[in-house]
Design a protein around this ligand. Structure first.
Ligand code: 89Y
Length: 348
């Protein structure tokens, strides 16, 4: 579904939600040429005003319905907590306003499917703000695979293990019944799909180590991909390691002719019969980024760029609502597998 916006004026984006993440998502919008953040909204009016003042956004609202009706944006960016996503997307659909929704799209697969169906029926594009796959080092890893530098991959490992205090900036994460797989697993499993395609089945185990939170903070997922590859993902916010590297995820991919590794400090190493070639691929650092999250914050800009270009028909948007259902199948399939203590299989 391509939207034809007259390009003799900037694209007008409105943001719903003025929490921690909006402080990066809004300036990331301002990095794009010909895009304007036209209005912001939060149920707490002082938060909406503070966000608008900080980034010189022309108007701010308390009521999302009023925002859509009065500001009439070309695109709305929903950055609220997951349990509100369905209502916000439904509101955008009622106003026929194309919508980008923060990850995770929903707290369960049925709700996510319902949201995708609703937008399809309302004929409005629905995108998911799945930024992780837009990290520069991961794009470089993908290029190495596409250039066939290691031959046919047969096994991979993606590790995201940390004890970074994520709850300080995002206290709601402490209260989630389902934590690390829905908050971080959604990113890592989306990267699995980005790099290796679809999975046939998976088996997962989850653990809660930190007694002060409600959900699981450790997850281990093993997937067999349609290609025949084996992929393991380890995730943890309970791992005190010698070097704290949040938010870096490390990757090792073995192929029949060599291997590619994404190692600490953004080093990419490609090894084949000739030896190893190493290259550092750090992210671009934006002045508005929080230094502790700089890697992720730079990927927000690239994700925005892809979604806007997709929206304008210049390329395919990678993370449409439809596409994201497959990532969510892996997330909720992992919970199901952990609950059953059994593998979960997916239809092709
Ligand atoms: O919410 C999460 C995300 O998307 O990236 C890291 C994070 O902020 C905490 O896990």
């Amino acid at each position: 579904m391509v939207c034809l916006i007259p390009m003799d004026r900037p694209l007008r984006v409105a943001v719903i939600g003025a929490g921690f993440w909006s402080r990066f998502q809004v300036p990331a919008w301002l990095e794009l040429p010909n895009v304007q953040c036209a209005a912001v909204c939060d149920l707490q009016p002082d938060k909406a005003k503070a966000l608008a003042d900080r980034f010189r956004v022309a108007s701010h609202f308390q009521d999302p319905e009023e925002l859509l009706r009065v500001a009439g944006p070309d695109l709305v960016d929903v950055i609220t907590s997951p349990e509100t996503h369905r209502d916000m997307v439904a509101l955008a659909a009622r106003h026929r306003i194309p919508v980008i929704c923060q990850k995770p799209l929903a707290n369960d697969l049925d709700t996510a499917r319902e949201m995708v169906a609703l937008c399809r029926e309302s004929r409005i594009p629905l995108f998911v703000h799945e930024n992780w796959r837009w990290q520069r080092p991961l794009r470089e890893v993908k290029k190495a695979l596409d250039a066939n530098l290691i031959g046919k991959p047969f096994r991979a490992r993606i590790d995201f293990n940390s004890s970074f205090p994520v709850f300080d900036n995002q206290p709601f994460l402490r209260e989630l019944d389902r934590f690390i797989l829905s908050d971080m697993g959604v990113h890592i499993l989306d990267v699995v799909r980005f790099l290796f395609g679809e999975a046939d089945w998976l088996i997962a185990r989850i653990q809660r180590i930190n007694p002060k939170i409600r959900g699981e903070d450790v997850a281990t997922v093993l997937l067999e991909m349609a290609s025949g590859m084996t992929v393991t993902c380890t995730l943890s916010y309970a791992s005190r390691l010698e070097h704290e590297r949040f938010p870096e995820a490390f990757v090792v991919i073995e192929g029949d002719r060599g291997s590619v590794e994404l190692a600490p400090d953004f080093w990419i190493r490609v090894t084949d019969a000739e030896g190893t070639k190493s290259r550092r691929c750090p992210p671009r650092i934006y002045p508005w980024a929080d230094p502790s999250y700089a890697l992720i914050h730079s990927s927000i800009v690239e994700c925005h760029r892809n979604l806007v270009d997709g929206f304008l028909g210049k390329c395919d948007a990678e993370t449409t609502g439809e596409d994201n259902l497959r990532t969510l199948q892996l997330v909720f399939g992992s919970y199901e597998s952990a609950r059953l203590g059994q593998p979960v299989r997916f239809e092709a």
